[in-house]
Design a binder for this molecule. Structure first.
Ligand code: PLP
Length: 421
């Protein structure tokens, strides 16, 4: 091990009780970590951050561990000639175990990527050759997928595939039956998200997995919003491919994972979509970002371990929000019996989302849909697919919080909204 410089400060890790050592070469780093440890919140002076579905704040224990690796471990996980490389490889292997454990997969089934977007692209476009070779060129998906699924599907269509999109009703969830009815003998792939990023509505992926038992189609789940939060559905071993995003589970942005499970001796015959040094079993080439992967691994472990406590805190926030907002007659979008407890997508009759966000901007930071589409002001394709009118969809805002979210003055929020009605 490298010698730790003298005078290091030990940082008490947020809610883990563990001690992590940080090198003392940079006092700003130490104060940043301490601030995060103390507040659990990036900007305690600003509005409360309620956009966790866009990206989550970093878990301070994860930040501390990544900084340690950055500072102390220079090795490339592909270097075989010295102990630094071996240690980096070992750290990556540990992260594989941590991520795979969340969905009861095997460590070698977890491949690191740059995020869920890349994982989705590999899962979808990586099957193109198999489809072309076998004449199975049909894909079933849903109209409420993230663009990171819909866009690669459009690419497949341009290359001669047919895509059937299943629509949800007002509930915001497709039914497993509708997905099953869309299947054809030539269906190569079924791709359904675990939970919708805009509404938080859980999709019936476990039930779909069951209905697919008698079909050959590969089953891909974009689990960017549910991984580590809703554990059981992803543990169904009929799900072949799972996309994971680190920055939705309190890990660093810029890293993710594709879990490619074996079904018996068979696994999805994926082909790479970019080429290089042969990393990640030749499926995702490029030098592994070891500190980010270590961060994702620890974030996944903490998500699995603290899952129940985090959920409970999110439910507490939800009850407080609903107690204050229900008297305003807000309309909640999607079936609230199937919603993740940290998401509230709602509108106020006759009030535009922009006006709502501006009025609330010193109290809470919320969004009007997915971060990737919120710049172009098009009404949400998700809410429209649920049958909401363009006007209602244009009025919808999404609040999404997490276990680190501090208490919110919902009465102040409600009073402020009341001034617009
Ligand atoms: N899929 C869903 C459902 C998402 O919500 C997101 C991010 O918002 C993504 C994919 C893209 O994930 P990443 O930012 O890791 O590429």
């Amino acid at each position: 091990m490298p010698t730790v410089p003298a005078g290091n400060q030990a940082v008490e890790c947020y809610r883990t009780g563990g001690q992590r050592r940080l090198p003392d070469f940079c006092p700003q780093v130490e104060s940043t970590v301490n601030r995060a440890v103390a507040s659990g919140h990036a900007h305690p002076a600003g509005p409360v951050y309620l956009d966790c579905n866009a990206t989550t704040p970093i878990e301070p224990a994860v930040l501390a561990e990544m900084l340690r690796v950055w500072a102390e471990e220079p090795g490339n996980a592909g270097s075989r000639t010295h102990e630094y490389g071996l240690r980096a490889k070992k750290a990556v292997q540990k992260a594989r175990e941590q991520v795979a454990s969340v969905v009861c997969a095997k460590p070698d089934e977890a491949l690191f990527t740059s995020g869920a977007t890349e994982s989705n692209n590999i899962a979808i476009l990586g099957l193109e050759r198999r489809g072309t070779q076998t004449g199975r060129r049909h894909v079933v998906s849903t109209a409420i997928e993230h663009k990171a699924v819909l866009e690669p599907l459009e690419q497949l269509e341009k290359r001669g595939f047919e895509v059937t999109l299943v629509y949800p009703g007002e509930s915001g969830a497709v039914t497993a039956d509708a997905v099953s009815k869309a299947l054809r003998p030539d269906t190569l792939l079924v791709s359904v998200m675990q939970a919708n990023n805009e509404t938080g509505i859980r999709q019936p992926v476990a039930e779909i997995a069951r209905l697919l038992e008698d079909h050959d189609a590969y089953f891909h789940v974009d689990a960017a919003q549910g991984f580590g939060k809703d554990l059981e559905p992803l543990r169904k071993d009929r799900i072949d491919l799972i996309s994971v995003s680190s920055h939705k589970i309190f890990g660093p942005v810029g890293v993710g994972c594709l879990i490619a499970r074996r079904r018996g001796f068979h696994k999805a015959p994926l082909e790479p979509i970019a080429f290089g040094g042969g990393q990640e079993r030749g499926l995702r080439h490029g030098t592994l970002p070891v500190p980010l992967i270590v961060g994702l691994g620890l974030a996944a472990e903490l998500a699995e371990r603290n899952h129940a406590a985090r959920r409970e805190r999110c439910m507490e926030i939800r009850s407080a929000a609903l107690n204050a907002l229900t008297p305003l007659g807000i309309k909640l979008h999607g079936d609230q019996t199937h919603v993740l407890p940290h998401v509230l997508n709602f509108s106020v009759d006759g009030v535009d989302a922009e006006a709502l966000m501006v009025t609330l901007k010193d109290l809470i930071a919320v969004s009007n849909g997915s971060a990737c589409t919120s710049q172009n002001y098009k009404p949400s394709h998700v809410l429209q697919a649920m049958g909401l009118t363009e006007t209602t969809a244009a009025g919808a805002i999404r609040a999404s919080w997490c276990h680190m979210t501090p208490d919110i003055d919902w009465t102040a929020v409600s009073n402020r909204i009341a001034t617009l009605t």
